[in-house]
Design a protein around this ligand. Structure first.
Ligand SMILES: Nc1ncnc2c1ncn2[C@@H]1O[C@H](COP(=O)(O)OP(=O)(O)OP(=O)(O)O)[C@@H](O)[C@H]1O
Ligand SMILES: [Mg+2]
Length: 264
């Protein structure tokens, strides 16, 4: 479904500040794969997502999604087939529009005809059912403005906005990092349900090592723009977080820089 071939990117190329953010990344995901991504600050995790979304053009390499070469496609066109969530729950939503208006915007965009935030009877029923399935009471708050919701509620609505028309690829960039632990767990459970129910191909960046090791079906670790570990589900099941850190140290001949990582 997703094939990243030999992807490389140097920022500020040819200057003293030149920085290799992606260094010959190769990554292939089959349909329905759910891969978690670990790596310390500045490892290149968000940059990898930016490359996939077309935020910049690669210096080298190719990105193929569902058989289509997207390497030189505009960000706008790629957005039609990619859903993306960020750490900041306000990103990607209109705070002054209601939940149902936000959902209607995402829904109409996906159907290639713009009927704006107006909400028809059929759509309202669909949104209500989908929201109710998350068991957060959001189906009774569809006329509430997005800006008034808690961070966790907003992330759940944003998840639904990103998947109400199914994307070919879902990218989650630390989307639970700004939430308290109980809310983060709830949003993770809903994420897993949405991914499973729709067999979505998903990449999820997280700084929570133990969560990364039990979520989805594979874990990769980025370091200085390279994929240095790629661990299958079977391999992962036999590993602890300590084993993972040991593997890192063996590979890099140094300790893992765990300033922001949750090891527990
Ligand atoms: N547009 C850009 N121009 C110049 N440098 C950039 C740009 N985008 C990213 N970088 C640099 O590339 C490196 C990787 O950044 P990136 O945001 O991908 O890290 P990350 O792995 O997501 O880290 P974090 O865990 O802190 O979010 C960093 O050194 C960053 O400063
Ligand atoms: Mg990042």
């Amino acid at each position: 479904m997703l094939k990243i071939e030999n992807a490389s990117k140097v920022f500020a190329k040819g200057t003293p500040n030149a920085h290799t953010a992606l260094n010959k990344i190769n990554l292939t995901l089959a349909k329905g794969d759910f891969v978690t991504i670990l790596g310390s600050n500045g490892a290149g995790k968000s940059t990898l997502f930016n490359a996939v979304c077309g935020n910049f053009i690669l210096d080298e390499g190719r990105i193929i999604l569902d058989g289509r070469d997207m390497t030189f496609m505009s960000e706008h066109r790629r957005a039609r087939s990619i859903g993306r969530l960020f750490q900041d729950p306000m990103k990607g939503t209109a705070p002054n529009l209601t939940i149902e208006e936000n959902l209607a915007l995402s829904y109409s965009r996906g159907h290639h005809k713009y009927f704006g935030p107006a909400v028809g009877k059929k759509e309202r029923q669909l949104f209500r059912e989908r929201l109710a399935s998350f068991d957060m009471g959001l189906e009774d708050r569809m006329q509430t403005k997005m800006g008034l919701l808690s961070g966790g509620q907003r992330q759940v609505v944003t998840l639904l906005m990103s998947t109400i028309v199914l994307p070919k690829l879902l990218l989650l960039d630390e989307h639970t990092a700004a939430l308290d632990p109980a809310t983060a767990e709830k949003v993770m459970n809903i994420t897993e349900k949405i991914v499973r129910d729709n067999n979505l191909t998903t990449l999820m960046i997280t700084h929570n090592m133990s969560s990364a090791m039990i979520t989805g079906n594979r874990t990769i670790m980025l370091d200085s723009g390279e994929i240095i570990l790629d661990i299958s589900k079977e391999e992962r099941e036999k590993m602890t977080v300590d084993d993972l850190l040991k593997k890192y140290s063996e590979k890099k001949q140094k300790q893992f820089d765990n300033d922001r990582m949750l090891l527990g």
